[in-house]
Ligand binder design. Structure first.
Ligand SMILES: Nc1nc2c(ncn2[C@@H]2O[C@H](COP(=O)(O)OP(=O)(O)OP(=O)(O)O)[C@@H](O)[C@H]2O)c(=O)[nH]1
Ligand SMILES: [Ca+2]
Length: 604
């Protein structure tokens, strides 16, 4: 009988037989050790992948930081995959055009479009502002498109020409137009809709020129700031610096205060469970709550928000001054009649106004009535005189104008103040940013007490911000008192409330309600990209998936081959040892087994 040893069909150097005897103890230990090490290796490899994946949120933070830095670079107008959008903010005191751009949607239905402000080749934001407001066209609506031409030409010069046809243009008007009679509003809008397409080929139709409500303006401002602050990014809740979540998996949003020239808005997120209110207030509260979905797919609710928002027409900085002057004029004339006085009827006997800087003279005219005034710069008295303009009612939950205000948790909230809140704290007083009530009150009081001659001298010496013009210097005292009264007496913010930031730029980006407007109006665009992406993704994900599994497969093969080579080397070493110890008989045995088949006699 003979034993035929099976040898594998592989290169001679690979001839070996499966050992019939169990490996020696030493080999068994080595084999087990090797097996253990390779499993450990594989485990570490998988852990490492998992760990790497887990560190995403911190990378996400870093990504976001890099993205912010990236936003400061010039926009690559050669990149034809970029989309552009234009928003004209037609405010009461002026109009400004903002040029935005965004890359193709990233395909994640949970993400909004990544909209940023366009920056020119000098990395300056592409924005242009003109004065006065569009409501100046009230009596000549046929010139409305001529009024806006400088803004539209400016944008057309920056957006790549071949992109104009797919660049949406939104002309959104605020309080200045709201104050006009409706037929004048419509005449101005009709001129824009008719004439602009004759000269510019932006994507523009009737529905894109409108007078937005103060509620829309407040919601857009709320969307803009929270988008820039990344408060809509919910997935990286392990983000170390993430503020307290409002509800599981959602980041807390900030509230906004926006005081323009003619209107004032406040907006902040409210928890879904509203407190039980009396029926009348319940009805009122419903009107003041905006519920909207920022996501592109109505099925996804992680971007559904419930925001308390209200607007106060006539509470903007400039319009409040008008109302103050009306009040003072009427009071003075009444007092003159009752007491037989002639206060303010001549420059020698002016009415002393605590809300104007010391020594500043001015004339207030209303329907042929004239009042001569002179500033006496007393900030505290000014504030006291503004109280009637707040039109508060005596119910506890009422704010300005007797409007119901949803409770604010002042210990667990953050607010940003825009426009006049920023101009009043920064442009003259240079204390914009983190708001501290007592500090602001002191600085405003000191400014109010300064003689007008001193202020104009300092203005000439360039001591104030370049944005501060003479109009700003003249009304800074009034506006700072008005802003302070609105914030603390109107909205009941504590005098030492520590979580208010007054801002115009956040992360070097001008945060305007216009950013929120274009985010909201383009919120369904990702669906188009997602559909196109859908096809691409089907392949993409298969490729990614196979690569990942190939990745693991690849490592596993490497390990198996390594293991086989090591075992083989060990076995060769064992054979070699055995050969050196008992060389002849063993070889002979092998030869005997094979040679008889070819009849050659070997051995003694
Ligand atoms: N100091 C300063 N004042 C400014 C600046 N821009 C505008 N203003 C003035 O601040 C006041 C408010 O300006 P905006 O916030 O633009 O108000 P608006 O948008 O025109 O008015 P609304 O339609 O009510 O929103 C107006 O009197 C402007 O003239 C600025 O950069 N610095
Ligand atoms: Ca405004």
């Amino acid at each position: 009988h003979f034993r035929i040893s099976f040898s594998y069909l592989c290169p001679a150097s690979w001839y070996f037989t499966v050992p019939t005897v169990s490996p020696f103890p030493r080999q068994r230990v080595a084999f087990l050790g090797l097996f253990f090490i390779s499993c450990l290796l594989l485990l570490m490899l998988i852990m490492d992948f998992r760990h790497w994946g887990a560190s995403l949120p911190r990378d996400r933070q870093y990504e976001r930081y890099l993205a912010r830095v990236g936003e400061l670079e010039a926009t690559d107008t050669e990149d034809l995959t970029l989309n552009y959008g234009l928003v004209v903010d037609c405010g009461s005191s002026g109009s400004r055009i903002f040029v935005y751009f965004w890359p193709r949607h990233n395909g994640n239905p949970h993400d909004l479009l990544d909209i940023k402000q366009m920056r020119d080749r000098n990395s300056q934001p592409v924005v242009k502002k003109i004065k006065p407001g569009i409501s100046a066209m009230a009596d000549t609506p046929e010139h409305a498109s001529d009024y806006l031409r400088p803004l539209l030409s400016f944008a057309a010069a920056h957006v790549p020409v071949k992109k104009h046809k797919e660049t949406p243009l939104y002309i959104l008007c605020t309080a200045g137009m709201r104050l006009l009679p409706e037929r004048k509003q419509l005449a101005i809008l009709a001129d824009l809709v008719r004439d602009i397409p004759l000269e510019f080929d932006f994507l523009f139709s009737q529905s894109q020129a409108e007078v937005i409500s103060g509620k829309q303006e407040g919601v857009y401002a709320w969307i803009g700031i929270n988008f820039v602050l990344g408060r809509f990014d919910h997935e990286d809740e392990s983000d170390a610096e993430a503020p307290q979540e409002l509800a599981a998996g959602r980041r807390r949003t900030v509230g906004i205060l926006d005081m323009g020239g003619a209107s004032l808005q406040i907006a902040y997120e409210v928890p879904t469970s509203t407190s039980v209110l009396p029926p009348k207030q319940e009805e009122e509260a419903k009107i003041l709550l905006a519920e909207f979905n920022l996501g592109c797919d109505v099925q996804h609710t992680e971007h559904v928000y419930r925001v308390y928002v209200t607007t106060f027409l006539g509470f903007g900085g400039n319009f409040a001054r008008q109302r103050y002057e009306d009040l003072v004029l009427n009071e003075t004339l009444t007092k003159n009649r009752l007491l037989g006085q002639k206060t303010g009827l001549s420059p020698d006997n002016p009415l002393l106004d605590p809300c104007l800087p010391v020594g500043l003279t001015d004339v207030v005219e209303r329907n042929s009535q004239v009042l001569h005034i002179r500033g006496r710069g007393d900030w505290a008295s000014c504030g006291a005189m503004l109280s009637p303009l707040l039109a508060r009612s005596n119910t506890s939950q009422a704010s300005l104008n007797g409007i119901y205000q949803s409770p604010i948790d002042f210990n667990n909230s953050e607010f940003y103040g825009f426009s006049e809140f920023f101009y009043c704290t920064e442009d003259v007083l240079r204390i914009g940013g983190h708001y501290h009530g007592p500090t602001f009150a002191k600085a405003a009081q000191d400014y109010c007490g300064m003689a007008w001659s001193v202020l104009t001298q300092r203005f000439k010496n360039g001591l104030f911000s370049s944005h501060a013009d003479e109009h700003r210097l003249k009304y800074q005292c009034f506006k700072s008192a008005w802003m302070y009264q609105v914030l603390h007496e109107g909205f009941h913010f504590p005098y030492d409330y520590p979580h208010l930031q007054t801002a115009q730029l956040v992360y070097d980006r001008e945060v305007q309600w216009t950013l929120g407007a274009i985010l909201y109006k383009t919120r369904f665009l990702p669906l188009r990209d997602l559909r196109q992406e859908g096809v691409r993704q089907a392949h993409g994900s298969w490729f990614r998936l196979s690569f990942v599994y190939n990745h693991y497969l690849f490592f596993a093969c490497i390990l198996v081959v390594l293991l086989a080579i090591i075992l083989y080397l060990l076995r060769l070493r064992r054979i070699h040892h055995r050969q050196t110890r008992t060389s002849a008989p063993l070889d002979l045995l092998w030869i005997e087994e094979v040679v008889p088949m070819i009849g050659v006699q070997v051995g003694p």
